[in-house]
Write a protein that binds this ligand. Structure first.
Ligand code: LLP
Length: 416
């Protein structure tokens, strides 16, 4: 199904015209398609049907309660990286026994909360973290289920900011040290070694880095077995890319077939942590053209969404397609699509051929992942509303922030 399609010359989310959403909820506004989310989860899981597996949605890509709740109902687990994400998953009805906890900087309080919740596994990223987790679990009279995140030194061939599996990244333990650290872990009384974890990066558009990393992990699993450490699951991380422009990321079924072929007869459980691949193309950012401004060298379309709403273009020079909600039958002009924030880095798209007038609505496409989740209040801008479309129904899943709330926690100094 095409989620965002033109019908009667108007862009729709499922059966709802985006201009109606703008009139009802205002702009900027994130709009998600329930059907696209459901289908993406279904397609990802279908490849692993019949095999022992768990799909843990990477919460950081889109932590909306409504989205977490939808995935929880579909049977998903969750990959979290903070106590905040743990609380969100629990508030959204997620099953703690399907939570994996990743991240290089887990605090004691976060470890305690996760142990209390009874999560599926901690993905531990250093010896210091392992020692701390053993201590925290000991004080609580618990045993912590653990995978070590190993760094396979594989080039994910993606943007350097989101590549995580290379030697010089801060993530995981060095592949060469893994066996030794596993032996240390196995000897710790309040640690139970359950798995091996590996995540090499994000927006990966080729299959080979995943397979190379998986080969290395499988070799480690064998070496561990020979050393008396039995591994129950492999967490293969997330990272499958999506098409923003002309990328051709691996299809879910090709990924699944290749991974399962490598696993062979083994019944070891496979855990995955996809984020972007499940939500990226299920959401758009709806924005209104406030002003058209012509300078000597450029045409600017100044819209009411900005880098605080969608940071990806400013931060990674990322490309997001931009479509008019009601395309005009007029000559297109080359526009810089920019926001109102006081920085030249505040752009949503360069060189976009569009026919625009002030007041027109635009859809910034592929904004479902790392859009709202990375939004900020820079320039004291309230974060956008979020809406979920389900067929011809529209649900407000997050109200637009109110300006007064943005400084409600602040105080001015008392008079002297
Ligand atoms: N697991 C771990 C341990 C991760 O660090 C990440 C993403 C994922 C899973 C999910 O990766 P995905 O399937 O979504 O590629 N803000 C950046 C992306 C940062 C990704 C960080 N880690 C962006 O907007 O492109």
């Amino acid at each position: 199904m095409n989620t965002f399609t033109l019908k009667n010359n108007t862009l729709h989310a499922e059966n709802v015209a985006l201009n109606n959403i703008a009139s009802e909820f205002g702009t900027p506004c994130y709009v998600y398609s329930k059907s696209a989310l459901t289908q993406a989860f279904g397609r990802f899981s279908a490849g692993f049907k019949g095999s022992n597996h768990l799909v843990c949605f990477a919460v950081k890509s889109n932590p909306s309660l409504a989205i977490l709740n939808l995935f929880a109902k579909l049977g998903a687990g969750f990959d979290i990286v903070s106590g905040g994400e743990l609380a969100r998953v629990l508030a959204a009805g997620g099953d703690p026994k399907k939570i994996v906890f990743s991240g290089v900087g887990k605090t004691e309080a976060e470890m305690q909360a996760a142990l209390n919740a009874g999560i599926f596994c901690f993905n531990v990223e250093s010896v210091s973290e392992l020692l701390r987790l053993n201590d925290v679990a000991n004080v609580m009279g618990k045993v912590a289920p653990v995978s070590l995140r190993v760094n396979p030194n594989v080039d994910a061939k993606t943007h350097p900011y989101i590549s995580t599996g290379l030697k010089n990244n801060k993530f995981g333990v060095a592949y060469e040290d893994a066996l030794d650290i596993y032996l240390q872990a196995a000897a710790m009384p309040n640690i139970a070694v359950h798995g091996v974890d590996c995540h090499i990066g994000s927006q990966i558009t080729e299959l080979s880095p995943f397979l190379d990393a998986f080969d290395r992990v499988l070799a480690l699993v064998d070496a561990l077995e020979q050393n008396g450490i039995h591994i129950q699951h492999i967490d293969a991380g997330g990272g499958i890319g999506i098409c923003y422009n002309d990328e051709t990321p691996p299809a879910f079924d090709a990924y699944a077939t290749a991974m399962l072929a490598k696993l062979g007869e083994s019944n070891i459980k496979l855990v995955f942590e996809p984020g972007r691949a499940l939500v990226g193309n299920a959401g758009i950012l709806l924005t209104k053209v406030e002003y058209l401004k012509q300078t000597e060298s450029k045409n600017f379309a100044i819209v009411d969404a900005a880098m605080n709403d969608l940071m990806r273009p400013a931060l990674y020079d990322a490309y997001h397609a931009i479509q008019a909600v009601q395309p005009r039958n007029a000559d297109a002009v080359n526009y810089e699509i920019v926001g109102p924030v006081c920085e030249s880095g505040d752009f949503l798209g360069h060189d976009r051929m569009l026919a625009l007038q002030e007041g027109d609505l635009l859809a910034i496409m592929s904004a479902g992942a790392y859009g709202m989740s990375m939004a900020s209040n820079y320039n004291t801008r309230p974060r956008a509303a979020e809406v979920m479309v389900d067929g011809d129904q529209t649900h407000l899943i997050r109200e637009r922030e109110k300006i007064a709330d943005l400084f409600a926690l602040e105080k001015i100094l008392p008079a002297v």
